[in-house]
Design a protein around this ligand. Structure first.
Ligand SMILES: [Zn+2]
Length: 298
């Protein structure tokens, strides 16, 4: 009986991961559903993971800067995240910053709003969220177009918009002192991107990644944990850029021979990346997006 229940729980977890991320791999099914973990080598920077989604929070002397509530499908989904923060500090929650407008990352922020957080996002995120009116997602209180630095209790968090890429509202969050960036979905760590390619901006994304590589940082907190929960490096960002460029070039050559959508979607392979997690499951999403670009002009 016990074993059956555990099996069902594991299946439910994997199913949820597959639905929300298109990336059914890591972390292991036996990992707890949620976890807050201090980032090694920092005094006050934490990751918060909910199943296979991840965000970052910083505890300062004047309060907490939180990001992405990761409470998909539940207006109060962020309450568990807030409870994890409360195990670390009872200081006020001052900010909740949205990485981009996708619901799998930013739904569930009501608990943060009730705790007094000011919700900050890119201008385009608010425009989209206003139009979509998702009952589970709190609208931003404050927006900006290009750059904003949050300064609180001795911590500076730089928010930079580097153009269209994984979405048209993605922010790069950088902690200059800690040399850490938090970038969601644009730079999966050592993984082939998946369903998120649906509204990906392939030409512009390469420029965005180049801009991120030019920033000063050593470690990348991704929006979905890398294999084993590891953080990313600049080499991971360079590898992701190379992967996208390789996929783009391969599809472009085939598209110009009239081979999109089929047979490219079913037959084209990128064997150089066959060892990356999610390669087989996610490659079709990548090929479809580049077929859209080179085969259709969109
Ligand atoms: Zn996304």
């Amino acid at each position: 009986m016990h074993r059956i229940v555990l099996t069902l729980l594991a299946c439910a977890l994997l199913t949820t991961q597959a639905w929300s991320q298109g990336q059914p791999a890591a972390p292991a099914a036996q990992a707890p559903q949620i976890a807050a973990t201090k980032v090694d080598g920092t005094d006050n920077v934490y990751t918060f993971r909910n199943q296979n989604s991840q965000s970052m929070f910083i505890v300062t002397s004047e309060g907490v800067i939180a990001t992405d509530p990761v409470g998909y499908g539940r207006r109060q989904g962020g309450a568990a995240y807030l409870a994890e923060i409360r195990k670390v500090t009872d200081r006020p929650i001052r900010y909740l910053i949205y990485s981009h407008h996708h619901f799998d990352h930013i739904a569930g922020g009501q608990a943060f709003k009730e705790a007094g957080a000011r919700v900050v996002a890119h201008t385009r995120a608010k425009e989209r969220l206003t139009a979509l009116n998702d009952p589970n997602t709190v609208l931003p209180d404050e927006t900006f177009d290009k750059r904003r630095t949050i300064t609180l209790g001795g911590t500076a968090l730089e928010l930079t918009y580097v153009g269209h890429n994984h979405s048209d509202s993605t922010l790069v969050m950088r902690l200059p002192k800690e040399r850490i960036v938090f970038v969601v979905d644009l730079l999966p760590v050592g993984q082939v991107p998946g369903r998120g390619m649906i509204d990906f901006y392939p030409l512009e994304a390469e420029g965005s990644i180049t801009q991120i590589l030019a920033m000063d940082w050593d470690r990348l907190i991704p929006g979905h944990p890398g294999a084993g929960g590891r953080l990313g490096t600049k080499q991971d960002a360079r590898d992701q850029l190379t992967f996208l460029q390789d996929a783009s070039a391969a599809v472009r050559a085939e598209a110009r021979l009239g081979k999109c959508w089929e047979p490219v979607e079913t037959e084209l392979k990128l064997p150089k990346y066959a060892s990356w997690p999610n390669y087989a499951a996610n490659l079709p999403f990548v090929l479809r997006r580049y077929c859209g670009l080179w085969g259709r002009g969109t």
